[in-house]
Design a protein around this ligand. Structure first.
Ligand code: ZN
Ligand code: ZN
Ligand code: ZN
Ligand code: ZN
Length: 365
């Protein structure tokens, strides 16, 4: 059998022992697993951390030459539909990046954390489609959250107790407006807020596949409470997606998706629910009142629905994270059999994947 060129390169660089999984969307089949050496041109090697890997491994003098720091850069923010946009000339020494794990920020962004870029510039988002929501954050207290009212891209947070300060949702800042040297620096200098509230599913590792898995009744919903759902989730697969759409609609680094059988999924509140087409092959359930993105429904998977892990009630997350009788330190839980990073070919440069040995698919899983 012919081996693709990329696979040959990998074989010479670093053969990898990986597990191959059988997966049935209807969840009715037995999951058979076996060990195999798999060279997949659709994956990056597990050593892949970010698109800037090459830059980060340059000799010091060469890296310095490539990262000569200009005093001012032009940052661009664009929502997914293009109705909201803003450009700023900013001085780089005045920029700082933050991850907030507080439940309010996580829920609004339907992600493991909110990623913010703090700037002190006048806010002049153009287009007239900016929706403002009053909310809270454990660190910032009362805030105003800004999003596009048409496509629900998360744009920024205004801390009402800190006049003049703006925290841009970093996932919506245009990738090509962040110089590589700056993105490389941000990878390692995020300030972290409410770290104790980090959801453990963000660090989940697959356990032994032969162990029996339990289904779990979950409840979740949007940030404002107008939409809620319940589902019989089979804990097992988690996909951390870094595509541009997930980043814009969350405003964060990624969104994590968990498959559930559609027959078990039920909306318990749907006062502001909208199923909107977001790609040529999928739709997402969104709350039109608060903009929370709650699910993906793929056209090709009529029996499956993918709730965003970031929208599942925290009280249920603990069970989902560690399972009965296990300690929170044990992230290699048998309930997880496949955890992967997907759409890494489109990932942003300012985030570095953890050194977790998990598969890194270039495109969708
Ligand atoms: Zn928009
Ligand atoms: Zn927060
Ligand atoms: Zn809502
Ligand atoms: Zn995505």
């Amino acid at each position: 059998m012919a081996i693709p060129t990329a696979a040959i390169a990998w074989r010479h660089s670093r053969p990898r022992q990986v597990l191959r999984y059988g997966f049935c969307l209807a969840f009715g089949a037995t999951f058979s697993t076996h060990s195999a050496v798999l060279y997949n041109p659709g994956e990056y090697p597990t050593s892949f951390r970010s698109p800037l890997d090459r830059l980060n491994h340059l000799p010091a003098e060469e890296a310095t030459a490539q990262t000569a720091e200009p005093k001012t850069i032009q940052l661009k923010m664009r929502c997914h539909c293009g109705r909201c946009s803003m450009d700023w000339d900013v001085k780089t020494q005045h920029l700082s990046v933050t991850r907030c794990y507080c439940p309010a920020c996580r829920h609004f962004q339907a992600s493991a954390f909110a990623a913010y870029l703090a700037v002190s510039v006048p806010l002049e988002l153009t287009g007239g489609y900016v929706q403002k929501l009053r909310g809270t954050c454990e660190t910032l207290d009362t805030v105003e959250r800004l999003l596009c009212s048409k496509c629900f891209t998360k744009l920024a947070v205004l801390p009402l107790g800190r006049p003049g300060e703006i925290l841009l949702s970093l996932g919506s800042v245009a990738d090509n407006s962040i110089p590589a040297w700056l993105a490389s620096r941000w990878q390692t200098c995020f300030e972290e807020w409410s770290r104790d509230s980090e959801p453990l599913w963000w660090r989940a590792r697959p356990g032994p596949c032969a162990l029996p898995r339990r289904s779990l009744q979950l409840q979740g919903g949007c940030a404002c409470g107008r939409c809620s759902f319940e589902a019989e989730l089979l804990p097992g697969e988690a996909q951390h997606c870094y595509c541009k759409l997930c980043r814009q609609m969350s405003g964060s680094a990624a969104q994590t998706w968990l498959p559930a059988p559609k027959e078990s999924f039920r909306w318990t509140r749907s006062a502001a629910l909208q199923l909107m087409r977001t790609t040529g092959h999928g739709q997402r359930h969104v709350c039109t009142a608060c903009g929370t993105v709650m699910t993906i429904v793929y056209d090709s998977q009529p029996d499956c629905i993918w709730p965003a892990a970031g929208t599942i009630d925290d009280a249920k997350l603990r069970k989902l994270d560690v399972g009965a009788g296990r300690t929170v330190d044990d992230t290699a839980d048998p309930m997880w059999y496949r955890v992967i990073h997907i759409c890494c070919a489109w990932m942003q440069s300012w985030y570095q994947l953890p050194d977790d040995g998990l598969p890194r698919l270039k495109f969708a899983g």
